[in-house]
Write a protein that binds this ligand. Structure first.
Ligand SMILES: Cc1cc2nc3c(=O)[nH]c(=O)nc-3n(C[C@H](O)[C@H](O)[C@H](O)COP(=O)(O)O)c2cc1C
Length: 226
């Protein structure tokens, strides 16, 4: 699709960050407008969490808008002592679920790929899963969806975790992220996750746009405020 198709509804880069669950409480009850969070109010309750961040943009680290926000989040979380594992769904070897049911929804996948070997062990031990995606045709990227579908092999064991989403898009109309938001929230509900933050970075179609937006600082503060 021509990029202009997405440009036509771009207005002023409006702020679109939704925080929910403990994340919302943490930021809103902080003592100042800079998002400083008292330890006892945080999602982690002072414990060092294991965080798995799943990047899915095919753009490079230097070009990608979603990777930029993910890296700011990671910096924030690392600065306060959380342990972060980052998986690159766009560049690792991954395979989409074949629906063969060999896993029985609770066992090894037939694919011996990076999802099974590198990501799954990390996810099973993680406290917080962070889904990171560019908006592709109003949904998540195929690279991220490939990983999400592979949750099938450990659906129950991946339940009861905390979760978060970071998404970037070119458009900034108020409906830009609507479909992805519904999808994410449905996933949270089905998986039994506790959503701790949603960053909907609209009007962030290029690196320059995202770097000059407020979303980088917000991503950092969410990480540091966990
Ligand atoms: C295949 C494709 C589909 C896209 N679909 C949308 C879309 O539906 N809405 C939108 O606002 N931007 C869309 N975009 C723009 C990207 O979401 C946007 O440029 C984003 O910042 C890219 O993030 P990244 O650099 O991390 O990959 C699309 C881009 C591509 C390549």
């Amino acid at each position: 699709m021509n990029r202009r198709e997405f440009v036509k509804v771009v207005g002023l880069g409006s702020l679109a960050v939704y925080l929910s669950g403990c994340g919302l409480t943490a930021i809103k009850t902080s003592g100042n407008d800079d998002g400083e969070v008292a330890a006892q109010e945080s999602v982690s309750r002072g414990k060092n969490m294991k965080i798995v961040v799943i990047n899915s943009s095919p753009h490079s680290e230097e070009q990608s808008t979603s990777r930029y926000l993910a890296s700011r989040f990671v910096r924030g979380a690392s600065d306060v002592g959380h342990e972060v594992f980052v998986f690159d769904a766009a560049n690792e070897e991954t395979h989409p679920c074949r629906g063969c049911d060999q896993c029985g929804m609770d066992g090894a996948c037939i694919f011996d790929d990076a999802i099974e070997e590198k990501l799954m062990p990390q996810m099973l031990h993680a406290d917080l899963l962070v889904l990171v995606t560019p908006l592709y045709y109003f949904g998540m990227s195929a690279q991220l969806k490939t990983v999400v579908d592979r949750f099938y092999s450990r659906t129950t064991r991946l339940g009861s975790k905390k979760s978060m989403i970071i998404a970037t898009a070119w458009n900034s109309a108020d409906w830009t992220m609507e479909a992805l938001k519904v999808h994410y929230e449905t996933l949270v509900r089905y998986m039994g996750w506790q959503d701790v933050g949603q960053v909907w970075a609209v009007g962030c179609g290029s690196r320059q746009m995202v770097e000059s937006s407020e979303f980088g600082d917000l991503a950092y503060k969410i990480g540091a405020g966990l």
